[in-house]
Design a protein around this ligand. Structure first.
Ligand SMILES: Nc1ncnc2c1ncn2[C@@H]1O[C@H](COP(=O)(O)OP(=O)(O)OP(=O)(O)O)[C@@H](O)[C@H]1O
Ligand code: SF4
Ligand SMILES: [Mg+2]
Length: 400
């Protein structure tokens, strides 16, 4: 079964291929898009010669730092062996403080204009990864390089300036917009990180960003409560676009929206990719949604489980030839999905329960073992490395 068919099953005919319509109706309101005319000035399309997107975590760990930095210069984003531990409060005076291993060695690379989808169940570390990439928190170890620069080595002022290149769209279109600010001010909020702009230029940038997401310039004078959920998410996307970023990190950007509105916002994100060449790190627990945004040539999907990437491949490869039992379980759970290779009932994990982080990360073996129908003795004592099964297809399973 084709990947697109999965989307159609999930989202129905509301998902249409780009280009974005010049006018869309959303939850009762008509919003106008002038992406083509106005938006094109926001960001010129940038493309880079295709280099290998990802090599295994083990390969990366073995490389000297200078080489990793060299790759950082070729790639837009290089995340190298990211580990993040959170220390929880002690349960008693004499007990050791429990540690949550939210990320356990995550490495990937992103080329300019490329989209990488991150999918995984609740607690698998997706948002933690987003915060590391956005340098909102420092990793326990590992590094994030944007355009060859180690974000965690930058001074506070250099980091502020660098933030123009990478922006974030959050899940909650209600909580992420300050209800006391007018939309124009919200959208312009990232601009102070740039060198001072004249007021007229600021206004022009706000108009341009609002137009690019299908809103009117006059919407700048309104407050967030005057907009629907989908329109608010458009405002959040306009705010992310205004600095002409090279990368947008979107953490579950449509999961709070109705399915019909999800389709419109997903189409908009696809349009913006086509128009501006912006790269995406797109996070969702929903494979069909990830596939819609990350289905272009060269795009990839990474599947996370218990703080690690357990499989990564081009989107269509992942859907047709998933190698990890967890990925197969995710695909099997997509409504209406039937596929020769992935329909093997043995490949479907027996439980859909979310595994507590402590349980999944405690054993020295494979963290998926407790739920794996293919588990063997080796799985309990040896953690599988993420290894390359075929060009660009990585999986962490002894028997993949
Ligand atoms: N600030 C924090 N303090 C303590 N533990 C944390 C913190 N942030 C995340 N965690 C823990 O780290 C693990 C990964 O959390 P994270 O929010 O990254 O998962 P997620 O994949 O984004 O989940 P969801 O799909 O529910 O958003 C979880 O066990 C979570 O409880
Ligand atoms: S290594 Fe073993 S337990 Fe882990 S996913 Fe593969 S077969 Fe299952
Ligand atoms: Mg999350």
């Amino acid at each position: 079964m084709g990947v697109k068919t999965l989307q159609e099953d999930r989202l129905g005919s509301q998902i249409s291929p780009p280009p974005h319509p010049s006018s869309v109706k959303e939850e009762g309101a008509t919003v106008h898009s002038s992406v083509k005319e106005e938006g094109a000035a926001i960001h010129s399309s940038v493309k880079e010669e295709g280099a290998t997107i990802h090599s295994s975590a083990r390969e990366e760990s073995a490389r000297p730092r200078s080489l990793v930095e060299g790759e950082g210069a070729r790639h837009l984003l290089v995340a190298h062996d990211l580990v993040k531990h959170y220390r929880l409060p002690r349960e008693s005076l004499f007990a050791a403080a429990p540690i949550v291993q939210a990320l356990r060695g995550v490495s990937f690379k992103l080329r300019r204009g490329q989209a990488l989808g991150i999918v995984g169940e609740s607690g698998s570390g997706k948002s933690t990864l987003a915060r590391m990439v956005m340098a909102l928190e420092a990793p326990t170890s590992g590094s994030v390089h944007m355009n060859g620069r180690d974000l965690n080595a930058l001074s506070a002022s250099d980091l502020r300036a660098a933030r123009a290149d990478f922006q974030m769209v959050f899940q909650d279109p209600y909580g992420s917009l300050d209800p006391r600010q007018r939309v124009g001010r919200i959208v312009a909020e990232p601009l102070p990180t740039l060198p001072a702009l004249p007021a007229s230029e600021r206004q022009a940038r706000v108009d341009e960003a609002l137009n690019a997401v299908g809103l009117r310039a006059s919407d700048a004078d309104k407050y967030p409560h005057e907009f629907s959920g989908g329109q608010r998410q458009r405002i959040a996307i306009a705010r992310a676009l205004i600095t002409k970023p090279q990368l947008i990190v979107a953490d579950e950007p449509v999961s709070a929206l109705d399915v019909s509105v999800q389709a419109q916002v997903l189409n908009l994100l696809q349009d913006l990719r086509a128009q501006f060449g912006v790269a995406f790190l797109f996070i969702s627990h929903d494979l069909a949604v990830v596939d819609h945004v990350c289905g272009n040539d060269g795009d990839e999907v990474a599947v996370m489980f218990a703080g690690r990437i357990v499989e990564q491949a081009r989107s269509e490869v992942l859907f047709q030839h998933a190698a990890h039992p967890y990925t197969r379980a995710l695909i099997a759970a997509v409504p209406g999905h039937v596929s020769g290779e992935n329909a093997n009932p043995k490949s479907v994990a027996p439980s859909s329960r979310v595994m507590p982080n402590a349980e999944a990360t405690a054993s020295g073996g494979c963290s998926f073992a407790a739920r794996c129908p293919m588990r063997q003795a080796r799985c309990d004592v040896e953690a599988p490395e993420l290894r390359e099964l075929a060009a660009g297809h990585l999986a962490a399973c002894h028997f993949a």
